[in-house]
Design a protein around this ligand. Structure first.
Ligand code: WT7
Length: 631
């Protein structure tokens, strides 16, 4: 179902609204099903429950691998670019990828993993990561990938929440000039994880690691002792495919659950249409597979469409700030999908890193994860796209599984800093504080979605009530995204950012309550409040206001110890950019922290703090402002 013209888009959109079931059934038909579905959709947003393609049976890996391995076995599926540009890239064909997935699937089986079991994957960006993900899907095990930047404590929390039985990891990782332990971090995590019976370790950095008899096994020797063929498990459309943990307003991350059928249909449909992928194009998504972008548009979406997907192990600034452009040049990348934070960071290094780089293969550019400011948009457009590559600014979330609002490359209009228009099948609504629908154009409101799409979150693992209350209770009968949004005079959508306590730091989603809990666990801390503030490169920075038990002098280690504590508990990605020690926090008489005031202070808007007269101790505000100015 390819949209090729603006007329196609309008027609598809109209069809998708008038008769969503027929619309999605026609798209779903293009996939390989083991048994057809008997009903397209059952749903309720009031007592939340969504089921797509009922009783349909499939295996997503047959659609990602077998179909293409049959038709074009020697066509590249995955191009792996190593951290060190002196090392050889690896090109893996559909046939070889299928073999590797089947072998590893047999290893999982041999170690007792069966359909429905949870497998935790904690790995750097190497082909084995994609192989492990797909091997789980092959046998119907539910993968839970944990981003390599999370700490041992975060790993064990996630493993325990979903009761994983097996962990796949590597000895170590390299990112830029840094060596990062992986197995060692997993070992620390497993001290608190009784559910884990086995660990499979892929050799990557040859870092010495501890290996425990009966629990720990080497990937390389295990795959030698199994068969190269593994039948694809028959899965129901609504069987879980994976769990991916993400942060929200509370201290505990939630396991977002996606299921096999709908996720397959939506990621492939959006991949082909948003990026206007043509057979043979080289697609490069810079996101880590530890985030939803990596799941949907590095692994599943491209492979479902038989595409060539690039996986990059390293970072955009190593060995220098020209690395992404070297990769585009080396692999003749046609479509580049990256985050505004990367663009802003590279922009800061200057244009000399573009000299001598041939970017003429590029046809389409994508942006994801946070609002892209106009300056970064223009730099991307002018210097990378040379004014001839449409930029698709794609808005979506872990919970939506795939892209929801975005231009279609070369087909619908782009507008700097606008995600523009909903994709077919996506029914948006802006609502005001009271939940009333805001009609017309030139308006602002909270972004809701009123009708299910195939890859909508099905539940939060182990706690369906939490799913209902987080997404479907603020505005009854609607899915609430947590984002503020503007619809301009022409009906184009511009996301203005989160309206809840979720921060977006360098495209990483971080809950303020999680960071506060981590800070509060430091021995000398009484209480803390964490807010975001605009940051030139990261999008948002983290500002922590902390009350300590004892007054702190100039050379106190307190701030550094707090950073170390956050790093240990959540991971280095959550470290506050600014720590301000205060003697009190602005609280109402009922004891509620007035975050609005702290946000203004963190933003530097000292003269616009609003009414502070209802505070328990209004004097505390002056002290905090003074301290903030001195930071
Ligand atoms: C939040 C979701 C989507 C995959 C990566 C992030 C923000 C995402 C955009 C965009 C403005 C964006 C929203 C959203 N966001 N894309 N194109 N323009 N904001 O997934 O970690 O689940 O975060 O990222 O605030 O709610 P995530």
């Amino acid at each position: 179902m390819r949209i090729r013209t603006i007329e196609d888009y309008h027609e598809a959109y109209k069809d998708s609204i008038e008769d969503p079931k027929t619309f999605w059934a026609a798209i779903a038909q293009e996939f390989r099903w083991k048994k057809p579905w008997t009903k397209v959709l059952d749903w309720s947003f009031d007592d939340y429950n969504v089921k797509w393609f009922r009783n349909g049976k499939l295996n997503i890996t047959e659609n990602c691998l077998d179909r293409h391995a049959e038709n074009k076995p020697n066509h590249p599926a995955l191009i792996w670019e190593p951290n060190d540009p002196e090392d050889e890239p690896e090109i893996i064909t559909y046939k070889v990828l299928l073999d590797r997935v089947c072998r590893f699937a047999n290893v999982l089986k041999k170690h007792g993993v069966t359909k429905g079991d949870r497998v935790c994957i904690y790995m750097p960006m190497i082909p084995e990561l994609a192989v492990a993900v797909l091997a789980c899907a092959r046998i119907g095990a539910i993968h839970s990938v944990i981003f390599g930047g999370f700490s041992a404590q975060s790993i064990s929390d996630r493993i325990n929440d979903s009761q994983c039985e097996l962990v796949v990891t590597t000895d170590g990782a390299v990112r830029g000039a840094k060596n990062i332990p992986m197995k060692e971090t997993v070992d620390d995590a497993l001290v608190a994880c009784p559910s884990v019976k086995k660990v499979i370790v892929a050799t990557h950095t040859r870092t010495p690691v501890s290996m425990i008899k009966g629990r720990d096994y080497w990937w390389e020797s295990e795959v030698k002792h199994v068969e190269a063929e593994c039948p694809a498990e028959e899965m129901d459309s609504e069987d879980p495919l994976f769990i991916l943990y993400t942060s929200g307003s509370t201290g505990k991350p939630k396991g977002v659950v996606h299921t096999c059928g709908g996720y397959m249909v939506f990621t492939s449909y959006t991949f082909e249409n948003v990026f206007q992928y043509h057979p043979g194009d080289v697609f490069f998504c810079t996101a880590d597979v530890g985030w939803i972008t990596g799941h949907s548009y590095l692994v599943y979406g491209p492979l479902l469409s038989g595409a060539i997907t690039v996986m990059f192990e390293g970072i955009p600034t190593y060995p220098d700030a020209g690395r992404l452009w070297d990769i585009v040049d080396r692999h003749k990348v046609n479509i580049l999908y990256t985050a505004p934070t990367a663009i802003r960071s590279l922009m800061g290094f200057g244009l000399e890193y573009l000299e001598g780089k041939d970017l003429s293969s590029l046809k389409v550019l994508g942006s994801v994860g946070e609002p892209i400011n106009e300056e970064a948009w223009h730099w991307y457009n002018d210097h990378i796209g040379k004014g001839k590559c449409p930029i698709v600014d794609t808005w979506w979330q872990t919970e939506t599984g795939g892209i929801m609002i975005s231009p279609l490359a070369g087909i619908t209009k782009t507008k700097p800093s606008y995600a523009t228009l909903p994709l077919p099948g996506v029914q948006l609504e802006l609502v005001d504080e009271n939940g009333s629908t805001i009609e017309g154009n030139g308006v602002n409101g909270n972004l809701c979605i009123t009708y299910p799409w195939p890859s909508i979150i099905r539940t939060t693992w182990g706690d369906h009530e939490r799913c209902k209350s987080t997404y479907f209770s603020t505005y009854p009968g609607k899915y609430f995204t947590g984002d503020g949004c503007m619809r301009d005079e022409d009906g184009y959508y511009r996301i203005t950012g989160r309206v809840d306590d979720v921060l977006n730091v360098s495209g990483h989603r971080i809950g303020t309550a999680e960071v506060e809990n981590a800070i509060n666990s430091h021995t000398g801390v009484v209480e803390s409040a964490v807010v975001g503030y605009p940051h030139d490169v990261k999008g948002q920075g983290v500002h922590a206001f902390v009350i300590c038990e004892e007054p702190q002098d100039e050379d106190s280690m307190m701030k550094r110890d707090i950073l170390m504590t956050v790093s240990r508990i959540i991971g280095p990605i959550a470290k506050p950019d600014k720590i301000q020690i205060v003697s009190g926090l602005p609280k109402t008489r009922s004891g509620k922290i007035m975050r609005r005031i702290l946000r203004k202070i963190a933003e530097g808007e000292y003269n616009n703090l609003g009414d502070t007269s209802t505070l328990l101790d209004p004097g505390v505000v002056d002290e905090i402002v003074k301290g903030a100015k001195e930071l």
